[in-house]
Design a protein around this ligand. Structure first.
Ligand SMILES: [Zn+2]
Length: 327
């Protein structure tokens, strides 16, 4: 298989140049190859656990890093991912590793724990300051605080502030590791900020559309964005607790959700298409029957989307339409 020529570092058209292993199945690990001729410093090897961050890192690194993204397919649920030996080996020799953290991709953190030499690490949850106590030790003790789920919402790429902070942390690490390219990385960071402007503008639009409006969600994936635009979470509590614990809601929780959709207290249903199951489908039907608009979101960057921004923007525009801001 001949490798395609390296894609020019045109930011708006940035996409992962696939050097995929395992066609059709598996995790579709992808590497974007740097063109060292365009890099004024040392070219780095960077490994990113999931594609939600992979595209961002690739845009920031440009031609000064080969960026390998381990999970690069929406066919996988990153929450339950079991790494292959090949995945583990991908981390060897990395100059920089970017993980989501917050137990979302603990397999990646485990893989780098014993590497020698240890790579630099950007942990998005640490950067965002949400890395709390880990839930590894069997959740709460008996009789403990009902509110403590023991873990935080890990979907930090849906939090606009965290995205900005993580991007800055990545740029800082890249510049430390390849100091002769620091100016180049600064230019990439500016270009990234520019590329994010349509996303920022849509968030601002949504802030006015969302005033006084509510949403409910089949899964917690979109909650940070919903909060950022000021939507009120009207997901019935029992269902929401089950979803945030990745446990099954009771039939009573589902019935309460259906009743809320029917009685007009929910303005939009956010539906994670990457999580399959009869319960979410049942809720979608209930929303459709009640005339509640449904906005589809995904956990990871879909295979057809060429960048984080286009992916997010499409979803935000759907939300704007659902809230009456389209047409
Ligand atoms: Zn998730």
């Amino acid at each position: 298989m001949s490798r395609r020529p390296t894609v020019l570092a045109v930011l708006a058209a940035s996409s992962l140049t696939l050097a995929a292993c395992g066609g059709g199945s598996g995790n579709q690990t992808a590497t974007s190859e740097a063109d060292s001729a365009n890099c004024p410093g040392d070219v780095l090897d960077v490994v990113v656990s999931v594609n939600q961050w992979g595209d961002i890192v690739q845009q920031l690194a440009g031609d000064c890093a080969n960026v390998t993204t381990i999970i690069n397919s929406t066919a996988l649920d990153p929450h339950d991912y079991e790494p292959t030996t090949g995945d583990i080996a991908s981390f060897e020799g990395a100059d920089l590793v970017v993980v989501n953290g917050a137990d979302y991709d603990h397999w990646a953190s485990d893989a780098i724990a014993n590497l020698d030499p240890a790579p630099a690490v950007v942990d998005a949850a640490e950067v965002a300051g949400v890395e709390g106590e880990h839930a590894d030790d069997e959740h709460a003790e008996d009789g403990g605080d009902d509110h403590g789920h023991g873990s935080v919402n890990p979907h930090l790429w849906y939090d606009p502030t965290s995205v900005t902070e993580v991007a800055a942390a990545v740029t800082a690490e890249l510049s430390d590791l390849s100091p002769d390219a620091a100016d180049y990385f600064a230019q990439r960071a500016t270009a990234f900020t520019d590329a994010m402007q349509p996303y920022d503008a849509e968030l601002t639009t949504l802030q006015s559309l969302a005033a006084g409006k509510t949403y409910a969600a089949t899964e917690t994936v979109f909650d940070y964005t919903a909060a950022a635009v000021g939507l009120t979470d009207a997901t019935p509590e029992g269902y929401r607790d089950a979803a945030s614990n990745e446990s099954d809601p009771s039939s009573g929780d589902v019935a309460a959700f259906e009743a809320a959709l029917a009685d007009g207290s929910i303005d939009v249903l956010v539906y994670n298409t990457q999580t399959e199951g009869s319960v979410p489908e049942q809720l979608r039907s209930a929303a459709e029957s009640a005339g509640v608009p449904v906005v589809d979101v995904t956990e990871s960057v879909p295979d057809g989307d060429d960048s984080f921004v286009t992916w997010q923007l499409t979803q935000l525009q759907q939300l704007a339409d659902a809230l009456g801001g389209g047409q």
